[in-house]
Design a protein around this ligand. Structure first.
Ligand SMILES: NC(=O)N[C@@H](CC(=O)O)C(=O)O
Ligand SMILES: [Zn+2]
Ligand SMILES: [Zn+2]
Length: 346
């Protein structure tokens, strides 16, 4: 039987939500992952260090007994964020990054940033103290086609910010285009990118061919096949600038299966099985540890995990539930549309 042992992975972009949903999903992350960067787009969002402290306590309270899981907290950047509060959050060790949502770009982003000038004092402080900025990199301009929004963001928002603040560390999250990959590779430093599980597996056909499939809809939306291939090449290359951020984003089924469905794909439960499959297909199982367990901590200046996990390839497909049941309702699990044979040994 084929198997591979790697350092326990981390998830550098995760939505855990709150309340009954948090309780329903956290075990799927803490089972396989040691740490995760926790997204702050709750309702209301996590905007102050005090909010993050309280949210962290709720996460720790929801954690299954015996699981060791470290939530790495982020702040939701607004036009009123106080640089002193951000600095205090970093100094105390609570805050790992600040998250930029262009207002209106994605789920619960309406309180995000409209005018980047208003956020400059915070960004300047972050550059000074070495606190990374995590970015949802899409413009919201109505005239820009949704499939072009990442490329236009890079050119019109991200590159100008990085030229003004070369010291600012920026994580381009959930990169979905070859343009994003090329931009990260061309940078002389200070820039890295997270890649999701699902964007390595689906292109936009998954959402639209043969009927509209809301469980493959997320933001940034999956692009054409050439972009998916660029993501796969980057993720499996071992290049330290690319690492795993699942962007596992649970929404209850009624909010996905309706006339105006929410964006988000739930992958926490089967991400490691999917990734082993992808890396094996690319003849790059030896690069899985770099992508899932080494490159992220190096970028965020954190130690790598000492624990190991073993993935084994089983003859029979491993079964995952089609849906998980949470106290908030059922959540459909990402279906990669091929059988999964790799399994995390428990
Ligand atoms: N990725 C998504 O499609 N949705 C995320 C938000 C985000 O990461 O943009 C969510 O919070 O639901
Ligand atoms: Zn996002
Ligand atoms: Zn996300």
């Amino acid at each position: 039987m084929q198997s591979i042992t790697i350092r326990r992975p981390d998830d550098w972009h995760l939505h855990l939500r709150d309340g009954a949903m948090l309780e329903g999903v956290i075990g799927d992350s803490s089972r396989d992952f040691a740490r995760a960067i926790i997204m702050p787009n709750l309702v209301p969002p996590v905007v102050t260090t005090a909010d993050a402290e309280a949210y962290r306590s709720r996460i720790m309270a929801a954690l299954p007994k015996g699981d060791k899981f470290q939530p790495l907290m982020t702040l939701y950047l607004t036009e009123h964020t106080n640089p002193d509060d951000v600095e205090a959050g970093k100094t105390s060790g609570l805050i790992t990054a600040v998250k930029l949502y262009p207002a209106g770009a994605t789920t619960n982003s309406h309180g995000g940033v409209r005018d980047i000038e208003k956020a400059m004092p915070v960004l300047e402080r972050m550059a000074k103290i070495g606190l990374p900025l995590c970015v949802h990199g899409e413009v919201t301009t109505p005239e820009v086609d949704i499939f072009d929004r990442e490329a236009v963001f890079i050119e019109t928002v991200l590159d100008p910010i990085r030229k003004r603040l070369p010291e600012l560390k920026v994580t381009m999250e959930h990169v979905t285009t070859k343009d994003g990959i090329d931009y990260i590779k061309s940078a002389k430093g200070g820039l890295a990118g997270s890649i999701t599980t699902h964007h390595l597996i689906i292109n936009r056909n998954a959402i639209l061919v043969g009927g509209i499939r809301p469980h493959y809809y997320c933001l940034p939306v999956a692009k054409r096949e050439n972009h998916r291939l660029a993501l796969r090449a980057a993720a499996t290359s071992g290049d330290p600038r690319f690492f795993l951020g699942t962007d596992s984003a649970p929404h209850v089924d009624p909010l996905k299966e309706c006339a105006c469905g929410c964006a988000g794909i739930y992958t926490s439960i089967n991400t490691m099985s999917c990734l082993a499959h992808v890396f094996e297909q690319e003849n790059a199982l030896d690069k899985l540890e770099a992508f899932a367990s080494l490159n992220g901590p190096a970028w965020y200046g954190l130690p790598v995990n000492e624990e190991r996990i073993t993935l084994v390839k089983r003859n029979d497909p491993v079964s995952f539930p089609a849906k998980i049941e949470t106290g908030a309702g059922s959540v459909t699990v990402f279906d990669p549309m091929f059988p999964l044979h790799w399994d995390v040994e428990r």
